[in-house]
Design a protein around this ligand. Sequence first.
Ligand code: CP
Ligand code: NVA
Length: 300
Amino acid sequence: MHLLTGFEYSKNEYLDIIKKAIDMKNNNAKYQDTLKGKTVILMFEKPSLRTRTTFEIAAYRLGAQSVYLDLQSGDLGKRESISDYACNLSRWSHALVGRVFSQKTLEELSLKGSVPVLNALSDIYHPAQAIADYMTIYEHLNKIEGVKIAYLGDGNNVTNSLLVAASILGAHVTCFCPQGNGPDTEVFLKAQEIAKDSGSHLNVTSDISLLHDFDVVYTDTWVSMGDNTPLDDVLNKFKQYQLNKDNLNKSGAKLVMHCLPAHRGYEITDEVIDGSKSVVFDEAENRLYTHMALLHKYMQ
Ligand code: CP
Ligand code: NVA
């Protein structure tokens, strides 16, 4: 009914969405108007380039309407309760897409509303990003199961969702993070439990000397939205985890990934993000098709 964490899906459900997204990429016209007359409401408490535009365009390409609610000035839950937002919006829409400060907000929307709620990034998860990431890996490496991913930098919402999806899909993820900046412990432990069944290996280490024998290297910002710490203040802590030419060569990876926005010269260098192994804009492009697949799944 909802996509709140990414733990909701089985392996087949992940693969179905990814395969549907690939079909939508290749046969756009086939899906035109399949959501005619439907409405999705985008509730964003934080800025967005990719997620907002691709959800809006995804809705348009399926014949649906999108309504963007700018909640960046902190309105959600202030003028009226989150519960009343959910009850109202459910009466005239077919899905709610939320980018929120707190995962609890999505939970409340999903409990109080009567339409599907899709997570477009919270403090803990970014599951829609992870689906596009694994679609991109599948397109480039022709497999997901057994793919070895090194995540470098801050263990955040994007890291958590990479781990969640890996645990279900059977990919292997090692997070290279400074001590105290690893992924969310609860999410990691839950993913590790699931990984026992899928054959996925999940690790967290601060030892960058273990960065070798990977297929993919992935990074994200060292400071996420909602935290106003200047990047220069954390440079010393994170610099050995920078995705630069040296670390890329050591990793042996064939693909460089980043959810974007990139902070060039901090978590990733120009020569790596603009280099021949970078698939960051394929990843960004795939947000559109995975969002089409998600809206199709939840709003039909
Ligand atoms: N990757 C991602 O979610 O980008 P936006 O913040 O621009 O939506
Ligand atoms: N970790 C980042 C992801 C942005 C898409 C953030 O939350 O700001």
